[in-house]
Design a protein around this ligand. Structure first.
Ligand SMILES: [Zn+2]
Length: 476
């Protein structure tokens, strides 16, 4: 591998020399190779101030409460074919498309039946363009710290891929999530059909402490159509022929949510509609439901029903003491409408349901200022930074600075991995700890906080606030 590296370095230098000699300006820039960036590495920490090193050491000691994950259970993961390309099931894959990769190439890369070399060849032009984003950094940190691969490139991807496949062994989750990432408990928004989830939730039949607790998505009640009605009829064992029937099924759903120990409700509706839910009358909602039964699918026609149902869910959540996690801001994937997910659309819900606590996701990126004002104005609105540190570590720092100055410290949740695979969660946790440590160190160095205050805040935003909001003591 060393020889390979030397050849690559020599090639890079040669290409670099050619670039300098080229005056036409039509050649693409040479891709930097060789020494990997040490972002969030031990060497990186050593070169910093004493204040930073002390705070970072304290932050690294904190057992994280992870407010948001989509991970499959280890039991299901063990049945998957995993390799390097598995890491492109989301996030960095969206960056590849953004960089210009044809969607067909992404499908080819994801197909485990295709030869690995050909899959890499299709990725090779684009990986050097996306490796610098927060998503890319999370993967590079995972490659470095978990698999001992200093950087991901032409000379290392295949080695990395083999190591990822070989790591598919029972106990990997415990090793990476609990031991290496230092996560004590994660709130799971389970989006896969996972036959092993019950075992996972029981801590592998009582052999492990609980690692996952769950939130429940009720979006199918809102985005109802005839197919989803049939699914709800099966799930809740009742006929659904009227709006009253829907509400009876919703009551059953809440009974189960309580009986099965869910810790909150989750809504991802920003992916399919604007987050403004008008206060619609039952009659108006009933008329829209009749249209739905008749096969109507347009949002404009069904909106009174959808808006009414969201109010019903939010009210019931408050009555049962279940916080509601709401996706706002950036939408994963391509071509989404960002203005739909501005958190200010939710103001009427915040005002009408003061008993319901709202955990507003992703720092509302890029609407972080709006979220600051909402969390400051409304007792029932909380800032959740899940996903944010890998969207942009710098935006996370800038806004953590401002949120600490504007919002009471009990209302900020600092980490949610938001990954489908554990290596991503690990990489993300490293970046999130660094974001928190850097921000607090800067506040101490500026005289805004004492060292003790900084450590108290770190513990609150990475752990205690989530325990309080989701009442998680019973799982610890
Ligand atoms: Zn998510």
């Amino acid at each position: 591998m060393k020889t390979q590296l030397i050849i690559l370095l020599a090639a890079a230098l040669f290409i670099g020399a050619c670039q300098q000699a080229d005056t036409t300006g039509t050649e693409p820039a040479a891709v930097p190779t060789g020494q990997a960036a040490g972002y969030c590495s031990a060497e990186d920490a050593r070169s910093r101030s004493t204040v930073y090193r002390q705070i970072k050491a304290a932050v690294d000691e904190i057992r994280l409460i992870d407010t948001h994950e989509h991970l499959v259970s280890e039991g299901l993961w063990l049945t998957h074919e995993v390799d390097f390309f598995y890491w492109f099931s989301h996030y960095s894959s969206s960056d590849l498309l953004s960089a210009g990769m044809p969607p067909d190439d992404l499908s080819f890369i994801r197909d485990t039946q295709n030869p690995s070399q050909e899959r890499w060849s299709r990725m090779a032009p684009y990986w050097p363009l996306v490796k610098y984003t927060g998503y890319g950094q999370a993967l590079r940190i995972a490659a470095r710290d978990i698999y001992g691969i200093p950087d991901i490139d032409e000379s290392t991807w295949s080695d990395l891929s083999e190591r990822i496949s070989a790591a598919r062994q029972p106990g990997f989750y415990e090793k990476i999530l609990r031991q290496k990432a230092g996560i004590e408990l994660a709130i799971l928004d389970c989006i896969s059909d996972d036959p092993y989830i019950t075992v996972a939730l029981s801590g592998d039949g009582g052999r492990q402490p609980t690692f996952f607790v769950r939130v429940k998505q009720l979006d199918n009640f809102v985005r109802l159509n005839n197919d989803r009605i049939s699914n709800l009829e099966v799930e809740y064992e009742q006929e659904i022929k009227s709006l009253d029937d829907v509400l009876t099924a919703l009551d059953k759903a809440f009974d189960r949510i309580i009986a099965e120990g869910y810790v909150g409700i989750k809504s991802s509706l920003a992916y399919s509609r604007i987050l403004r839910y008008e206060d619609t009358s039952r009659e108006e909602a009933g008329r829209a439901f009749e249209k739905l039964l008749a096969g109507e699918e347009s949002f404009e026609q069904l909106r009174p029903y959808q808006d009414f149902l969201m109010h019903q869910i939010v009210r019931r959540a408050g009555e049962h003491g279940l916080p509601v996690q709401i996706h706002t801001g950036l939408l994963e994937g391509s071509g989404n409408i960002i203005t739909n997910s501005n958190p200010t659309h939710l103001v009427n819900l915040f005002m009408k349901y003061p008993e319901t606590k709202f955990d507003i996701f992703h720092g509302s990126f890029p609407y972080m200022g709006e979220l600051a004002t909402l969390a400051k104005n409304f007792q029932n609105v909380y800032i959740d930074m899940c996903w944010l540190p890998i969207i942009s570590p710098t935006a996370s720092k800038l806004w953590l600075h401002q949120w600490l100055e504007t919002v009471p410290v009990n209302k900020i949740m600092g980490f949610g991995g938001d990954y489908l695979f554990v290596e991503g969660t690990y990489g993300h946790s490293v970046i999130a700890r660094q974001v928190v440590a850097e921000t607090l160190a800067e506040k101490v160095e500026a005289g805004y906080l004492t060292m003790e205050e900084a450590q108290y805040i770190a513990r609150r935003i990475l752990r205690d606030n989530a325990i309080e909001l989701f009442r998680l003591e019973r799982f610890l």
